[in-house]
Design a protein around this ligand. Structure first.
Ligand code: KIV
Ligand code: ZN
Length: 389
């Protein structure tokens, strides 16, 4: 089986539609530029029927990056699909992404439709979309809570109608990895080579990346994800995490993507500048502390050999360098290294004195800055010199 995993980025659609994440057109274009550099395979630029801004974003992104596969979202109804097709008019590689909910809960309470109605609408939507674009993706919203026989039936029907990609979202982030993998495996076996099976996982239980990887192991070949994991509620599968898991654990995950990983951190930083929040400090790959070491034992090991405490070279994801945070848990080895970086060569006795003062200061603070360390060193050296006079 082909082991190339397609990365479908939905930062500008699922990500942008979540609280605090709206972007104007100029920002969307700037971010799209970064996503193209990053090497995403499919760039979902918006939901054209949802707003004029979304329509214009899809139009602008497809004009600006004609060689990129640009996707536009549409519910499974004629007006939405027409609007998506219009927004993609100038795209050289348009993808219409149409969806309808398939779970019993959604059918009963939200759509008030029977399975047959939903199936007929899905097929009609895909047929209509195919009149505008060769590349059509169908999503069965809330797939992970859908009756599996119905999911299989509708998936086969939309493929027969012309869908090339069938996306099976864990819309409410309810699935667990082995269960989701089983579901995806069954759909992959059922669809064979007739379509690419895609996954789109939300992070309500913090399992979006794990679920996506389990799905890949079961045969999914497209992952839908976002920078910094932004998206509805707890967000989507984080692009940087899923890509780096694949890159770092090739022994267990023998797959590859087209992502240029050195752009991961810059992409995260750019998104943070544009929306109202950044990743949490301890977020994997792109968080402020992702490559920071504070504990003395860790700093000592890291300074002797980086791989003792680092599984990813920060430079490989575009982070300038690993950081040693000097705080109350730090040891002499790290403090001495920082003093050397600041231009001080200390004797063992001087280091002991400075270290004592440093720990006293660090105990009162959350972290000690370079200027404070330099001031401490000067003060201690001066004190030793005065005592010797
Ligand atoms: O979460 C979801 O089900 C979606 C679909 C529209 C793909 O975002
Ligand atoms: Zn979603």
């Amino acid at each position: 089986m082909n082991n190339r995993i397609y990365i479908f980025d939905t930062t500008l659609r699922d990500g942008e539609q979540s609280p605090g994440c709206s972007m104007n057109q100029q920002e969307k274009l700037k971010l799209a530029h970064k996503l193209v550099e990053l090497g995403v395979d499919i760039l979902e630029a918006g939901f054209p029927i949802a707003s004029e801004g979304d329509f214009e974003a899809v139009d602008a992104v497809s004009r600006e990056f004609p060689w990129v596969q640009v996707a536009a979202l549409a519910r499974a109804c004629a007006l939405d699909i027409e609007r998506a097709a219009r927004a993609l008019e100038h795209a050289k590689r348009p993808r219409i992404h149409t969806f309808i909910a398939t779970s019993e809960i959604h059918l009963k309470y939200k759509l008030r439709k029977s399975q047959q109605q939903v199936l007929d609408e899905a097929v009609a939507a895909v047929e209509q979309a195919r009149r505008y674009a060769d590349d059509v993706e169908f999503s069965a919203e809330d797939a992970s809570r859908t009756d599996v026989d119905f999911l299989e039936k509708i998936s086969r029907a939309v493929v027969a109608a012309g869908a090339r990609t069938v996306n099976l979202p864990d819309t409410v982030g309810y699935s667990v990895p082995d269960e989701y993998g089983e579901l995806i495996g069954r759909m992959v076996r059922s669809l064979g080579d007739s379509a690419i099976v895609s996954v789109h996982c939300h992070d309500d239980l913090g399992l979006a990346v794990a679920n996506s990887l389990s799905a890949v192991k079961a045969g999914a070949r497209q992952i839908e994800c976002t920078i910094n994991g932004i998206g509805e509620r707890a967000g989507n599968c984080s692009l940087e995490e899923v890509v780096m898991a694949i890159n770092t654990r090739r022994d267990r995950l023998p797959y590859h993507t087209g992502i240029v990983t050195e752009h991961l951190f810059p992409a995260s930083q750019l998104l943070t500048e544009m929306i109202s929040f950044g990743p949490q400090p301890n977020k994997a790959i792109v968080g402020e502390n992702a490559f920071a070491h504070e504990a003395g034992i860790h700093q000592d090991g890291y300074l002797k050999e980086r791989s003792t405490y680092e599984i990813i070279d920060p430079k490989s994801v575009g982070v300038p360098e690993g950081r040693l945070v000097l705080g109350k848990h730090s040891g002499r080895h790290a403090l001495n290294k920082r003093c050397q970086d600041l231009g001080f060569e200390l004797t063992r006795d001087e280091l002991d004195l400075v270290y004592k003062q440093f720990i006293a200061l660090a105990d009162r603070k959350k972290g000690v800055r370079n200027e404070e360390i330099a001031a401490l060193v000067r003060q201690e050296i001066a004190r030793v010199a005065t005592a010797a006079d």
